[in-house]
Design a protein around this ligand. Structure first.
Ligand code: FES
Length: 274
């Protein structure tokens, strides 16, 4: 099961738990004794006063009627006679219940939004996918695939890596790439994304380069900047060979290089495509 699937399951689980909690609270409120559910402080005070009155009526005798009348008719002090009602006796009011419910739903929404954002931004670390190391296969097979029938070099597009694998032509000494881990088995892996604004850059077979249809940036066969608004060379990935002589493209390790001070390959070698 992938990380995305696990996150989606987690979101669904959290959402279900929250809904169950809200339903549970609502059900509990619905089954409370009616006396508690609808009581407010004034009603509770009235009930308690009525009970006290009834008790006093039961114990009254013929001898203290006059005294009782005088006591009952005396003005009461609300500060002295006030009955304190605790929260448990009061219960949760309808307004409090809805406020808490709304807060719960809002909190649930925020939690789901946060988890979904994390899931979107989390790097895809699944082996073999973009963002991780991609095994492109035997280097010998790549060398064959990177040759046309008439013996010219051509890029091999690897969709899993979003990269063109190009055979290095000549020497890279003194270039922007010298000393960088961007060549393995005589191959480089150029990211297909234009460094100007991110369009996909197609190869141009006739000019032997890469030409961006969005704003006209042009790069030679090694991905060196040639023309247009692009600020640097095409980005490239770190590459290596494993023990089985297979080319590994590390798409999680991108190398940027400045516009080349001199070009390592001629461009264009024919008509441009744009
Ligand atoms: S995105 Fe390629 S030139 Fe602008």
């Amino acid at each position: 099961m992938s990380a995305t699937q696990i996150l989606l399951l987690a979101i669904a689980g959290i959402g279900s738990l929250a809904i169950l909690s809200i339903i549970s609270i609502a059900w509990r409120r619905g089954t409370d004794p009616p006396g508690i559910k609808t009581q407010d402080s004034a009603a509770v005070r009235q009930d308690l006063a009525a009970e006290d009155k009834a008790d006093e009526d039961d114990s009254v005798t013929a001898y203290d009627v006059a005294e009782l009348v005088s006591v009952d008719s005396a003005p009461t002090d609300p500060l002295v006679d006030r009955q304190e009602v605790d929260a448990e006796t009061m219960g949760v009011t309808r307004r409090q219940f809805f406020n808490r419910g709304l807060l719960g739903v809002f909190g649930l929404f925020l939690a789901q939004f946060g988890i979904a954002s994390l899931a979107f931004l989390w790097p895809r670390l699944k082996s073999g996918g973009f963002g991780s190391k991609v095994n492109v296969g035997k280097i010998e097979d790549l060398r064959i695939a990177a040759l046309t029938a008439d013996g010219r070099a051509r890029p091999v597009f690897v969709s899993a890596a979003q990269a063109y694998v190009v055979p290095v032509q000549g020497s890279l000494d003194g270039s922007s790439f010298e000393g960088l881990p961007v060549v393995a088995g005589g191959m480089m892996a150029l990211w297909q994304r234009c460094v100007h604004l991110g369009c996909r850059v197609p190869e141009c077979e006739s000019s032997q380069g890469f030409e961006c249809p969005c704003h006209g940036s042009k790069y030679n066969f090694h991905g060196e900047y040639e023309d247009g608004p692009a600020p640097r060379n095409l980005d490239r990935f770190v590459v290596s060979l494993n023990d089985a002589d297979e080319l590994i493209i590390d798409t999680g390790d991108v190398i940027e290089t400045a516009r080349a001070s001199f070009k390592t390959i001629e461009y264009p070698q024919g008509p441009s495509c744009i």
